[in-house]
Design a binder for this molecule. Sequence first.
Ligand code: FES
Ligand code: FES
Length: 157
Amino acid sequence: MTELRLRVNGATTVLSLPPQVSLLDALREHLGLTGTKKGCDQGACGACTVLADGVRINSCLALAVQYEDAEITTIEGLDHPLQTAFVRHDGLQCGYCTPGQLCSAVGMLAEHRAAPDGELTGAEIRERMSGNLCRCGAYNGIVDAIQEVASQEVAAR
Ligand code: FES
Ligand code: FES
């Protein structure tokens, strides 16, 4: 067992875990934060996306012990205009992929803000969000919601 301190959504918890436990399992099974979803558990679907110091990561591919000093944000701690935009634009159907889509989109907008390289067109958003799969096909709503929030951010600059 390894003792580690995880800081998630502003709260710090000390856990005693086997060193091979993924960040995803630590969140879901040890902290009870089941908003982050397990899809493929091998880095292919994006359902498990969370933010680590504002950067989007696949938590199924991350070991919890690697993130001891990071500020982790899961869907339970997210507070962003994208959330209401997803609802407005019907960017969810079953909602299973939605926590990962939202965390990924927040990280993606931050990446683009830090290194702007042209307008976030629908095609560009699709490319940047291609690691997040949605089996219900809510993609059009997701892209519209992200595009709306991206243009609001540009207008506010
Ligand atoms: S569950 Fe992590 S990428 Fe699919
Ligand atoms: S809304 Fe169901 S998988 Fe995306």
